[in-house]
Design a protein around this ligand. Structure first.
Ligand code: NI
Length: 177
C-alpha cells in the first residue's frame, strides 16, 4: 500500500468524468488499497479515484459503521426526500459548506470482487455516496453549496443556520469526503 497525492480544487482532473472499470486487475486492486490508506490518512469518510488522479469510476468509503465500502461503476437507481447538511471534501481542505441532497439513495455498483451489489442508504452513508458519485462525474460539492463556504474552525453564523441544519447535525457534524 502507498499513499497517493490528493488533488485539490483547481486541478482539472477533478472536473473530468471518470471512465467505467472493465475488469478487476492487480493494478485496480492496488489502487483501491491505496485509496483507503490515503482516505484514512486524511481523516476522510470517502474518496473517489480522480481525487488521486485516476479517471476510473471507483469510490472507497468508511463512515465508521464498521464497514468498508468499495463501489465500482456506481449508478444511482432511486432517490427520496431532501435534507440539507454540512459537508467537506479532502480536495477542498479545511472548508465546509451546506448542501441539499436527497435523503435516501439506492445505488447499484460492483464491489471489490467485481460482484454486483445494491445499497439502500440514508444518513451519512447516503450523503457520502452522492458526494463521491458527483466526484466521478467531475463535480465538487462547492458547486452545490448554499450560502458560502466556512473554514472548519469558524462558527456558523446564526442567520445562516436553517431549521434543516440546526437540528440533526449542525455545523460540527460535517464529514470530509
Ligand atoms: Ni470530496
Amino acid at each position: 500500500m502507498a499513499l497517493r497525492e490528493i488533488r485539490v480544487e483547481g486541478d482539472p482532473i477533478l472536473n473530468k468524468a471518470c471512465k467505467p472499470v472493465k475488469e478487476m486487475t492487480e493494478r485496480v486492486a492496488e489502487l483501491i488499497d491505496d485509496m483507503f490508506e490515503t482516505m484514512y490518512e486524511g481523516n476522510g469518510c470517502g474518496l473517489a479515484a480522480n481525487q488521486v488522479g485516476i479517471l476510473k469510476q471507483i469510490i472507497v468509503m468508511d463512515i465508521e459503521d464498521g464497514e468498508q465500502y468499495v463501489l465500482i461503476n456506481p449508478e444511482i437507481l432511486e432517490t427520496e426526500g431532501e435534507v440539507a447538511e454540512f459537508e467537506g471534501c479532502l480536495s477542498v481542505p479545511g472548508m465546509r459548506g451546506k448542501v441539499t441532497r436527497p435523503e435516501r439513495v439506492k445505488v447499484r455498483a460492483l464491489n471489490e470482487d467485481f460482484e454486483p451489489i445494491e445499497i439502500d442508504a440514508d444518513g451519512l452513508l447516503s450523503r457520502c455516496i452522492q458526494h463521491e458519485i458527483d466526484h466521478l462525474h467531475g463535480h465538487l460539492y462547492t458547486e452545490r453549496v448554499e450560502g458560502r463556504l466556512y473554514r472548519n474552525d469558524e462558527e456558523i453564523e446564526d442567520e445562516e443556520e436553517t431549521e434543516d441544519s440546526a437540528g440533526e447535525a449542525g455545523g460540527e457534524g460535517s464529514e470530509t469526503a
